[in-house]
Design a binder for this molecule. Structure first.
Ligand code: ADP
Ligand code: MG
Length: 248
């Protein structure tokens, strides 16, 4: 019989942008608690695949089943109730709000318009939770800093904190290591490894070292297709992967 039902099941997904085929019939199963990295050169279709899973892009063809629910035509706002959170390749925290306020919005699932209400009725429990989340992403000292004024690496950390704050059981991270210093990358790897065993992590990563260290399984994409997949050790020694990256 087949293995356990995957948390995310992608089948035959095709996405065209005008004449450009960004995804050409992609299949992907992600098991509960799996940490899966997607690697591949720029333009491979990695972010597009994320956007399809997250509901930000509707594919021309194919199916995306999350926890047994067909989601391919459900918009992104439907994902949080399935326990799915994502980050973007470019951080999207609200630049004019503080770290605390951004985390608060993620914790409560509220939109900006509720913020005034919260400011006038400070909720202590949520305040403490916001501080805990900030601590996990090393922003305890920046709770009252304005997000738009944070250093780039800290903005990435904030966005990760906002994803954590929604208490997802499926987390999609698009290049979380990009723009981070060496030290920040080390901390990121530690954080990702500290996640609950049941959390399903789908990670796009340009930094192979981060991808290979964090992932249980690596999928390699190029030109909108899956090239190969396997354990980090298998992928690392796969000649097709070397060909893609080095053109040899
Ligand atoms: P990756 O994340 O692997 O670098 P993307 O999924 O971002 O790749 O992009 C795959 C291809 O689709 C690229 O050629 C890119 O230029 C194109 N593309 C991505 N998003 C759009 C869009 N919204 N409109 C038009 N073309 C897009
Ligand atoms: Mg991308």
């Amino acid at each position: 019989r087949d293995g356990p039902t995957p948390v995310v099941r992608v089948r035959a997904v095709t996405v065209a942008f005008g004449g450009l085929l960004a995804l050409r019939g992609i299949d992907l199963d992600i098991a509960r608690g799996e940490r899966l990295a997607i690697i591949g050169p720029n333009g491979a279709g990695k972010s597009t695949l994320f956007n399809v899973i997250a509901g930000d892009v509707t594919p021309g063809e194919g199916s995306v089943v999350i926890k047994g629910v067909e989601c391919v035509h459900r918009p992104s706002r439907y994902r949080p109730r399935l326990g799915v959170a994502r980050t973007y390749q470019k951080a999207r925290a609200l630049a004019g709000l503080t770290v605390r306020e951004n985390i608060y919005l993620a914790l409560t699932g509220h939109r900006g318009r509720h913020l005034a209400l919260w400011r006038s009725s400070t909720d202590r429990r949520t305040d403490e939770e916001a501080a805990e989340v900030a601590d996990r992403v090393w922003l305890s000292g920046q709770l009252d800093a304005v997000a738009g004024e944070l250093a780039h690496g800290q903005q990435r950390q904030l966005e990760l904190g906002m994803a954590i704050a929604t208490r997802p059981d499926v987390m999609l991270l698009d290049e979380p290591a990009s723009g981070l210093s060496r030290g920040e990358r080390e901390r990121l790897v530690e954080l990702l490894e500290s996640f609950d065993e049941d959390l399903t992590l789908l990670l796009i990563e340009h930094d192979m070292d981060v991808a290979f260290r964090v992932a249980h399984r690596v999928v390699v994409m190029a030109d909108g297709e899956r090239v190969t997949a396997g354990t980090p050790a298998q992928v690392r020694s796969d000649p097709r992967v070397h060909r893609i990256y080095l053109g040899t």
